[in-house]
Design a protein around this ligand. Structure first.
Ligand code: R5P
Length: 291
């Protein structure tokens, strides 16, 4: 029973300071639950509003591709320089130390490899994402692929149902059918389908006209890096995407296949968070590489 004789009346009500009614700092997130906002805040830097996610989920499709032969050696040392780590449950459990405090974006769809018809994927059990303390969950949609479009859109829709239940944001990963142009029309369509189905983050590819893709996707958009490019071109890709309104990158090969992955992730972060121009990013890369 609380003491009744020492109830101190409050006298510090901040009457001259109105309650903060500012919008949440990430687009499209005003009306989502506190838990989703809180998790998004772990992924997206509060100051820049952007993120550098490090993607290393490629092996579930490609096996031990270059730069991912030993995730414990190649990726774990980069973790502290990323804002978020995107990988599969197997690699995260076996190769990323549990002391890691960086948020995890867990790849939650799986099923086929590059050796067969891809994208016939199913979702992991939601208990996996929760037990791994996932900050976000990612799944792909294959828009325009007659064999798998319906299945993959159903997957992301179900994943959002799960995410809503536990306040775990979902990242929709866009792919377009083999016969479709990889342009802003189709990536824009795929990005929009992710958002329409409730994704809180959309990962897509930079293309000409990218500003239209970002404008028509009402939640944060991040870009994949795609195949390995010379460092300056990868930095230009990140820079151009940011100029078009992207909220960052979810980059893999252009970091871990770089001749100096640590220098590269720091240079990418310089472009994404600190407004470095591509040439300045390259200078930083070269300085760090030669240090
Ligand atoms: C695509 O489905 C994979 O999830 C990769 O994570 C994604 O493509 C990003 O990696 P990269 O920058 O190598 O394209």
């Amino acid at each position: 029973m609380a003491d009744l004789d020492d109830i101190r009346d409050g006298d510090n009500f901040g009457l001259n300071t109105p309650a903060d009614t500012n919008s949440f700092y990430l687009k499209g997130m005003n009306s989502v639950d506190w838990g989703i906002k809180n998790r998004m805040s772990r992924i997206f830097n509060r100051k820049s509003g952007r993120t550098v996610m490090l993607a290393f989920d490629h092996g579930f499709l490609m096996g031990p591709t270059s730069g991912l032969e030993r995730i414990d050696l190649n990726i774990a040392p980069l973790a502290e320089h990323a804002d978020c780590l995107m990988g599969t449950r197997g690699m995260i459990r076996s190769c990323i130390p549990a002391e890691n405090t960086k948020p995890i974006c867990l790849r939650t769809d799986t099923g086929t490899t590059i050796l067969t018809e891809m994208n016939h994927n199913v979702l992991l059990d939601e208990a996996e994402a929760i037990s791994m303390n996932a900050t976000a969950m990612a799944a792909m949609i294959a828009v325009g692929d007659a064999a798998t479009e319906a299945l993959t859109i159903a997957n992301i829709s179900r994943l959002v149902d799960v995410g809503q239940k536990y306040s775990i944001p979902v990242m929709g990963v866009t792919a377009v059918g083999k016969d479709m142009a990889r342009d802003s029309r189709y990536f824009g369509l795929a990005a929009r389908v992710c958002a329409e189905n409730g994704a809180s983050i959309v990962k897509t590819y930079y293309t000409e006209g990218f500003e239209n893709v970002v404008a028509a996707t009402p939640v944060p958009v991040v870009i994949a890096g795609g195949k390995k490019l010379p460092e300056i071109e990868a930095l230009e890709l990140a820079y151009n995407a940011i100029q078009c309104g992207a909220a960052g990158v979810d980059m893999g090969r252009n970091v871990f296949q770089s001749e100096a992955p640590l220098a590269m992730i720091k240079a990418v972060a310089g472009v994404v968070h600190d407004g470095l121009k591509p040439a300045e990013g390259l200078e930083l890369f070269n300085d760090l590489k030669n240090a």
